[in-house]
Design a protein around this ligand. Structure first.
Ligand code: NAD
Length: 254
């Protein structure tokens, strides 16, 4: 057991989840919510308000704080973490989950599709990690969990921008893990396989049998499959794990 947690991690705990209004982020917010826990979560999509996630967190006894924040904007991210720091004085766990896709084959990919995906997925993860790092170093405790993807390791046709952003997140994770370890801050990545959410709904409808044929466990993943691993990585049981990529993919990549 890590003595840092005993001396530096008093309840209530503060959890921050980016892209928490739906899908995997919503499940992560819910999984961390419990009495004494404040869950700050942000989102961007105009179609989501964060209301459902806020209800989930409250139902589990936690305190929800939803905010519309573009993780790709350094100014908005700085303001978001200043508010959290002013209100709670600490962040125990940051989950960098916000992400988008803009798929097309390489030769047809527009510069803006490349830039948008890299800005949100990779720069967004950098912005939030940088903003929280000072606070976590000061408190000598922190858990940063970055949501990468199986395609960040395998690549995928039609997803050069997305796969590059997710591979970049793995490099960022390993580098930050090395930089922050001496002050009790761990940084790990989760690489989900095919998880059923709004992001994958359309492709699942079109290619269900093809997708299932690539998954040895013969089912697609649920947001809860990913959320459970995030909770584990933030738990005392994972105190000696840093710089790792945990694959949650039903055996899609072994
Ligand atoms: P989703 O589309 O259901 O939800 C994405 C969330 O990110 C939403 O809350 C949205 O508002 C938020 N978001 C988007 N752009 C943002 C921005 N600029 N700033 C702040 N928030 C923003 O997606 P999901 O399937 O739940 O995916 C969540 C994460 O998991 C993403 O990083 C995704 O790349 C990753 N992932 C998903 C799968 C999958 O199969 N669904 C597989 C591997 C990795």
């Amino acid at each position: 057991m890590n003595s840092n947690r005993n001396s530096h991690s008093p309840p209530p705990r503060t959890i921050v989840v980016t892209g928490g209004s739906k899908g995997i982020g919503r499940a992560i917010c819910k999984a961390f919510a419990r009495p004494g826990t404040t869950v700050y979560f942000n989102f961007l999509s105009p179609e989501t308000t964060g209301l459902e996630t806020a209800r989930d967190i409250s139902a589990a006894g936690g305190i929800p704080v939803p905010m519309c924040v573009d993780v790709a904007s350094e100014a908005e991210v700085t303001h978001f973490f200043k508010k959290i720091s002013d209100e709670t004085g600490r962040v125990d766990v940051l989950v960098n989950n916000a992400g988008i896709t803009k798929d097309s084959l390489l030769l047809r990919m527009k510069e803006s599709d490349w830039d948008d995906v890299i800005r949100v997925n990779l720069k967004g993860t950098f912005n939030c990690t940088k903003a929280v790092a000072r606070l976590m170093l000061k408190q000598r405790y922190g858990r940063i969990i970055n949501i990468s993807s199986v395609v960040g390791v395998t690549g995928n046709s039609g997803q050069a921008n997305y796969a590059a952003s997710k591979a970049g997140i793995i490099g960022l994770t390993k580098s930050a893990a090395r930089e922050l370890a001496s002050r009790g801050v761990t940084v790990n990545a989760i690489a989900p396989g095919f998880i059923k959410t709004d992001m994958t709904a359309e492709i699942f409808e079109k290619m269900e049998s093809d997708i299932l044929s690539q998954i040895p466990l013969a089912r697609v993943g649920t947001p809860e499959d990913v959320a459970g691993v995030a909770v584990f990585l933030a738990s005392e049981s994972a105190d000696y794990i840093t710089g790792q990529v945990i694959h949650v993919n039903g055996g899609m990549y072994i």
